[in-house]
Design a protein around this ligand. Structure first.
Ligand SMILES: [Zn+2]
Length: 331
């Protein structure tokens, strides 16, 4: 009976099917469209993106969660065209990848302002359309600790999650205790938070993964395919087999039902090269075969790609945050 917001309107949870929880149609920093080396013409980006989404559909993929957020390439009308042309459900997010990629306009805004902004995008629509966000994105800025603006964004996201019932997806789960403290202070249960990029090669910490799972949060192995074997791989890449083993250890500890997998790939990166040849389809073409070789069964894939995403993305009943008055709830 649940529902999930997509760019073409809410759909029943049962229609999500195979879902990639952390992907990008195209991520770029503000100003990326002025890049003279890597910026692609819209027609070219459109073609490449269509091909990747169609292949995703051929693999049985039905839902693609674009974790780009405000000001980093999120383009709702473009997403709507892509969804209609490919039959892939696209879920857009409100929020920011991290404070250090937020546009200057938002950097000085209060927790109350940011809460209203996120609530509006989940309940009214994004950029003047009636397409509602299906999740709230937050993240840790470079440096490995939540900075003051990151914290403001996390707090606003927690309040907006309670008010709207939308889940939170994080970029990185480094400094997890600070974010857990904020969510606890705001009264947000951790089963509304997907802590992303636990498999990021720069910030590995298996005790942290265990802590999140034990507290009821979701742990994202969602930078899959950033393999250091690939030419030009970024610094957060790691050897392919290390990631597979890390993931297997996590599920062997009994946390399969707390895990999510995704590739964090760009269909077409905006103003930067992206990782050569990488796409959401790595999950089907490389990662699942790696797991199969290790003896993992099909029912595990269904849990990772269908059942758990459905639990996370289904909108919950709104709850009044303890920090807000009723007046602030009337949005
Ligand atoms: Zn991402």
């Amino acid at each position: 009976m649940g529902k999930v917001n997509t760019v073409l309107g809410p759909i029943p949870t049962e229609d999500l099917g195979i879902t990639a929880m952390h992907e990008h149609i195209g991520f770029g920093l503000p100003g990326c469209d002025l890049d003279t080396q890597w910026w692609k013409k819209p027609e070219e980006a459109f073609e490449v993106t269509l091909q990747k989404l169609r292949r995703f559909r051929e693999h049985g993929g039905k839902t693609f969660v674009d974790c780009t957020g405000i000001g980093n390439g999120r383009d709702i009308e473009y997403f709507q065209v892509l969804s209609r042309r490919t039959g892939v459900n696209i879920v857009a997010v409100t929020g920011f990848v991290a404070a250090d990629s937020a546009l200057p306009y938002f950097r000085k805004q209060s927790v109350e302002y940011l809460t209203d902004l996120f609530v509006r995008e989940v309940t009214v629509g994004i950029d003047g359309t009636d397409a509602k966000a299906g999740a709230i994105k937050v993240g840790v800025s470079r440096g490995g600790k939540l900075n003051e603006l990151d914290k403001r964004i996390y707090r606003a996201a927690a309040r907006a999650s309670l008010i709207t019932g939308a889940p939170i997806i994080t970029h990185l789960c480094v400094d997890a205790q600070t974010s857990i403290d904020i969510f606890n202070e705001e009264g947000l249960p951790l089963n509304r938070v997907l802590f992303g990029h636990a498999d990021d090669g720069g910030y590995l910490d298996e005790n942290r993964d265990k802590l999140i799972a034990e507290l009821g949060g979701w742990v994202g192995f969602d930078t899959i395919g950033y393999d250091s074997e690939v030419e030009g791989a970024p610094y957060w890449s790691r050897p392919r087999q290390d990631r597979v083993e890390h993931f297997l250890r996590f599920i062997e500890k009994g946390y399969l039902d707390r895990a999510v997998i995704s590739a964090d790939a760009n269909c077409c990166a905006l103003g930067w090269p992206g990782l050569k040849g990488h796409s959401v389809n790595y999950l089907f073409e490389e990662f699942l075969p790696d797991l199969m070789k290790a003896g993992v069964g099909e029912e595990v894939f269904e849990q990772l790609l269908v059942h758990t995403p459905a639990k996370i993305l289904t909108m919950q009943e709104p709850v009044k945050p303890k920090s807000l008055s009723l007046k602030q709830l009337q949005v």
